[in-house]
Design a binder for this molecule. Structure first.
Ligand code: ATP
Length: 351
């Protein structure tokens, strides 16, 4: 296994170190560290070298990323070029964000237990409101107007919906519950008639090829409500880039907070990039208190992507055991440092 590691900024290197500790305890792998970060950019003027994306695609099985963002680079130029660059150039069209609580103590909802919080969000990762297209007129005048273009293509919707249905067929939860896997598409085609309309048509067209799954639609605002009120009925949610961004932060909150949430930027069957949902958290950087579980669980997703789902299961069990024992960083009510939390996971890998 050849893994590229880009630890990045802020707490990125701190949490990535713990994920690599867990990796070392589980399996042998060749690890290559790339220095691309705010620090590297400020020192050398380089964000990511020419040929880097091609090299990642050619020479590695997967990429583990920490986080990007630094107050010294307010426009986030380096982060855009490195992280958004990877998403675009490796065509990582599925942002896969599991919402899985591993212990009751991590669930902030009054009426839900950990077993109720177990679904996966498939966020479209290459288009939508993140197209960068648009225009501003009359800047600084009372008539100032900004138009942000939200781009949706049939090809883009089709492939993310297909990925969601394919994944649903492998999802363990509905099998355990003895029912058909559910795939729910969330949009706002009541107001966004063009893009939302395309999502709605294409989703149900794709669904027809997966009769073993139950296909359902909800408006994104109603889904936000449902995620808090009755999350247990959800299996797979597929949605556009912007709604996926917002809903998956809500998803992070109901599984224990930003420090717990893993993610993958995936192109099925190709080199893909795994990273915790949280950012560089400059307020925590250098203090040794960031929660490394999101990064460690992202490593679990990476393993599953390269055919080692067994190692993902071991990681999830070990993190669950740490939560049950109160072996956590302070964001989850524990007393451990980042490094101690990583050690605790390693100690529980064989439990
Ligand atoms: P981005 O724009 O890159 O998503 P952000 O500034 O919106 O980043 P984060 O960097 O994720 O958000 O941090 C938001 C807050 O969440 C932090 O200030 C911190 O308090 C908390 N947080 C984020 N990650 C962790 C973590 N791993 N452990 C503990 N707390 C965290």
């Amino acid at each position: 296994m050849r893994i590229a590691v880009v630890a990045g900024d802020g707490i990125g290197p701190e949490v990535t170190r713990e994920a690599l500790k867990v990796l070392g305890a589980l399996t042998a792998a060749e690890i290559f560290f790339f220095p691309w970060s705010a620090e590297h950019f400020l020192k050398t003027g380089e964000t990511i070298p020419a040929g880097a994306f091609e090299r990642l695609a050619r020479d590695f099985d997967a990429v583990l990323v920490g986080a990007f963002g630094d107050p010294r680079i307010p426009d986030g130029r380096h982060a855009d070029e490195i992280l958004l660059g990877m998403r675009r150039r490796l065509d990582l069209y599925a942002n896969v964000r599991p919402v899985r609580a591993l212990h009751d103590s991590a669930v902030p909802l009054r009426n839900a237990r950990a077993s109720d919080v177990d679904f996966v969000i498939f966020r479209e990762n290459t288009e939508g409101a993140y197209s960068g297209r648009g225009r501003t007129a009359g800047a600084g005048t009372p008539d100032e107007e900004a138009v942000e273009e939200d781009v949706t293509t049939r090809r883009g919707v089709e492939r993310i919906c297909r990925a969601a249905f394919v994944f649903a067929g492998t999802f363990e939860k509905p099998r355990r519950l003895g029912r058909r896997p559910r795939v729910l598409m969330a949009d706002k085609h009541n107001v966004q008639k063009r893009g939302g309309g395309l999502w709605n048509r294409v989703f149900f067209e794709v669904a027809a090829a997966f009769p073993e799954c139950e296909a359902r639609h909800m408006f994104a605002d109603a889904l936000a409500h449902e995620m808090v009120r009755v999350p247990g009925g959800l299996d797979v949610v597929v949605t556009n880039n912007l709604f996926g961004d917002v809903l998956s932060d809500l998803g992070a909150a109901i599984q224990g907070g930003l420090g717990m949430a893993p993610s993958g930027n995936v192109h099925p069957g190709h080199v893909s990039v795994f990273e915790p949902v949280h950012g560089s958290a400059p307020d925590l950087a250098g203090r040794g208190i960031a929660n490394p579980f999101g990064s460690i669980r992202s490593l679990g997703m990476l393993f599953a992507h390269v055919g080692r789902a067994d190692l993902e299961t071991r990681i999830e069990r070990a993190v669950a055991a740490c939560l049950a024992a109160g072996e956590t960083t302070r964001d989850l009510g524990g007393k451990l440092s980042t490094a101690e939390a990583g050690d605790a996971v390693v100690a529980r890998l064989d439990g």
